[in-house]
Design a binder for this molecule. Structure first.
Ligand SMILES: [Cu+2]
Length: 243
């Protein structure tokens, strides 16, 4: 399965891919089963054998067992497979000491990336401060705002958990990172949190996955997974700009 999917670059990607593979195999089994059943029905109730419909419909144990079996099958998939993964992904991120936090503010048609800077705390943001020079409306004079970094590319360090707080300035977008198996709707007025741990360095796509307007198709950016040294260098270079 994984050879047909984008290169996996996060710690949880393997689990998602496994689940996708299981769902596809089970659905294939159901599809083949139903096709066989349809063929049998067409043959069994052909006009030569049964010229008139029977209004009472099908009865008997086999029909009951087959229907019950399919319902059970689907219930096991939902409760046994999908829900545990969904709960794990939607719950709070596992507490680790070296996680990095970043805000991502979507707008038609760009992604603004906001780092808390050296103090590790985000400065305040206010809608009335939003301008083309200050796309996230950062208040540089607020207690933690002076050292914050705002940029257009999402640099992250390899091997460290990244916790992303997502929000939007205008319409609903969707933060799609195919290589990290992350996709989350971004809704104005709400903060959605997603997290992942990059497992390999390189450049990967950020794509808006929700039709959000005329230029939706070019609402993209990059996740750049750096080594620890390169990430420190990136932060230092951005911090130097502020001086
Ligand atoms: Cu969008």
């Amino acid at each position: 399965m994984s050879r047909w999917l984008p290169i996996a670059a996060s710690a949880h990607a393997g689990g998602i891919d496994r689940e996708l593979a299981i769902v596809h195999v089970v659905m294939l089994a159901l599809f083949v089963g139903w096709c066989g059943y349809l063929g049998w029905v067409l043959f069994r109730f052909r006009r030569g054998r049964q010229p008139f419909p029977q209004e009472a419909g099908a009865s008997g144990r086999v029909a009951m067992y087959v229907t019950g079996g399919v319902v059970l099958f689907e219930a096991v998939m939902l409760v046994g497979l999908s829900l545990p993964m969904w709960i794990a992904r939607q719950g709070p991120p596992p507490q680790v000491s070296n996680a990095i936090a970043v805000r991502v503010v979507a707008q038609q048609f760009a992604w603004n990336i906001h780092y808390p800077g050296a103090d590790g705390q985000f400065g305040d943001t206010r809608p009335d401060l939003v301008s083309s020079e200050n796309p996230v409306g950062l208040d540089r004079r607020s207690p933690h705002g002076a050292d914050d970094i705002v940029t257009g590319l999402l640099h992250v360090p390899v091997g460290r958990q990244v916790v992303v707080q997502l929000t939007s300035k205008d319409v609903i977008h969707s933060f799609g990172l195919p290589n990290f198996r992350v996709k989350q709707d971004v809704i104005p007025g709400m903060i959605a949190t997603v997290w992942f741990t990059p497992t390999r360095t390189g450049q990967f796509d950020i794509a808006c996955s929700q039709l959000c307007g005329l230029a939706h198709y070019r609402m993209k950016s990059l996740v750049i997974v750096d080594s620890a040294e390169d990430f420190a260098k990136f932060l230092a270079e951005e911090a130097a700009f502020l001086k």
